[in-house]
Design a protein around this ligand. Structure first.
Ligand SMILES: [Zn+2]
Ligand SMILES: [Zn+2]
Ligand SMILES: [Zn+2]
Length: 182
């Protein structure tokens, strides 16, 4: 079990090195465009159609607030990481190593994890996520921070999913625009 986890971490770090090069070579062009340009060779993220959070797919297991494990639907998201915060990019987003949800790690309180307690950041990518820019055919709007569980969830439906803190997610702050494959 332990050696398997180490293997995954190593793979993520190798992929990280490749993607940083791409992001840096694009940077001089345009900040808004560069923030939406990411490498296509990394494992991807999906929307869970049970709890509505963004979750990481390349993990052995995960935990869903609606019970059991997450259920993937829709786009394959490739989320940008590394680099500094700008007026349209927010730092401190991490993958929770217990539930595999994307959550905001910038507060001292870490929200509510469906696996129990608060979310716990894994030690891989430091995501820097674009917000309040126009959506495109390969970047979806209406992703929000939930101020109850601290996860990233899709706010584009009238139903707001299942929050690990009980009832539905509640949106606060920026409107995130997240890049995905066609
Ligand atoms: Zn879920
Ligand atoms: Zn969690
Ligand atoms: Zn929530």
């Amino acid at each position: 079990m332990l050696s398997r986890n180490l293997q995954v971490s190593k793979r993520r770090l190798l992929l990280f090195a490749g993607s940083v090069f791409i992001v840096q070579s694009i940077r001089p062009l345009n900040k808004a465009i560069a923030s939406l340009s990411v490498s296509q060779d990394r494992p991807y993220w999906r929307f869970c159609n049970k709890c509505y959070v963004m979750f990481y797919t390349d993990a052995e297991t995960n935990s869903c607030a609606a019970g059991g494990t997450h259920s993937a639907q829709g786009y394959k998201f490739r989320l940008p990481f590394g680099g500094s915060e700008t007026p349209t990019r927010q730092r401190s987003w991490r993958c929770c190593k217990k539930c595999q949800a994307m959550f905001f790690n910038g507060y001292s309180r870490k929200g509510i994890c469906p696996a129990g307690g608060g979310h716990v950041a894994d030690q891989t990518f430091a995501y820097v996520l674009p917000h309040d820019v126009p959506g495109t055919p390969t970047a979806q709007t209406d992703w929000r921070f939930c101020n109850k569980c601290h996860a990233m969830f899709f706010d584009g439906y009238s139903d707001k999913g299942q929050c690990a803190a009980g009832e539905s997610h509640v949106a606060q702050g920026y409107n995130f625009v997240l890049p995905h494959s066609r």
